[in-house]
Write a protein of this length. Structure first.
Length: 292
């Protein structure tokens, strides 16, 4: 008896040799039962396999803005959601305004409720793309709508019919703009520099410095962080007054020479970016990818 997996189904072929043990009908039935059991076991694993595939696809998405290992992002998001549940607090004024918009407009309220109900309650939808349990209501969504990546809170609900309609609403998008503006103000404030310490989870902790320098050296040089970037390694937070100041840090002179600056046929990617797509013969009105 042979059991063969082809695509997403199991095909079973039974060959009986009169001189073999399968000549006995009971043995044939037992063999078929074993094959069916294996088929069911394989089929039962498919949601798990699909969930793993989705998580890995997200973790290696174009742009590489998430960790290669999806378990790192899963653990991070798990901590965010658990912290929200165990440390409830008042919403930021802008998020409170967002909540008032949702609850004060019948159409918006119905869309924000139904977009979560329209997410299937089976794998992989029972968890979000990072592998953690799904956000299932707008209250959780609003409480988690700070920090990055914001899409971790919005991925599945954005893909439902109600979610698609909700995020086309100019009022909703105006509120999202206010949320982003408030987040931007925080990132420019001295308080945002608290993550630039030297503790293990901070950007200037051992792991943070190692990853920052490895990325900036792009496998070609072995400079220290302070040799590559304008900073004061002896000062608190390396001299950066805010997260924004750290994020937009300047290279030391000569560390990143521009390739062929006088040659219009050479394109230099800004901000350590990677090419996503090259489009030829683009029309005045056309469709093509501009961002991952």
């Amino acid at each position: 008896m042979l059991a063969k997996q082809q695509d997403k189904q199991i095909r079973v072929r039974v060959t009986v040799d009169p001189n073999s043990q399968f000549a006995d009908i009971d043995n044939i039935k037992k063999a078929l039962d074993e094959a069916e059991q294996r088929r069911q076991q394989w089929q039962a694993r498919q949601p798990e396999v699909e969930a793993q595939r989705v998580a890995e696809a997200i973790s290696k998405a174009t742009g590489k803005w998430l960790p290669e290992d999806h378990r790192v992002h899963k653990k991070w998001l798990e901590g965010v959601i658990e912290h929200m549940d165990s440390h409830p607090r008042d919403l930021h004024p802008v998020l409170k305004e967002f909540k008032d918009l949702v609850e004060g407009d019948t159409g918006t309220y119905l869309l924000f409720c139904s977009k979560f109900k329209q997410i299937l309650k089976k794998k992989p939808y029972s968890k979000n793309p990072s592998g953690h349990r799904q956000v299932r209501d707008y209250e959780h969504m609003l409480a988690g709508l700070v920090g990055l990546p914001i899409n971790a809170m919005l991925d599945w609900p954005m893909g439902t019919a109600s979610g698609f309609a909700a995020f086309l609403d100019p009022k909703v998008n105006a509120m999202l703009k206010k949320v982003l503006n408030a987040w931007g103000e925080y990132l420019c404030s001295p308080a945002s520099a608290e993550v630039l310490g030297t503790d293990s989870q901070d950007w200037f902790g051992e792991t943070g410095v190692k990853d920052l320098t490895a990325t900036a050296n792009i496998g070609e040089t072995r400079y220290a962080f302070e040799d590559m970037f304008v900073c004061d390694s002896s000062a608190k937070h390396h001299g950066f007054s805010s997260w924004d100041a750290f994020f937009t840090r300047l290279f030391q002179e000569g560390i990143r020479p521009v390739a062929a600056p006088d040659d219009p046929d050479v394109i230099a990617n800004a901000c350590e970016s990677l090419p996503l797509n090259v489009a030829h013969e683009v029309k005045a009105r056309d469709k093509f990818w501009v961002k991952g």
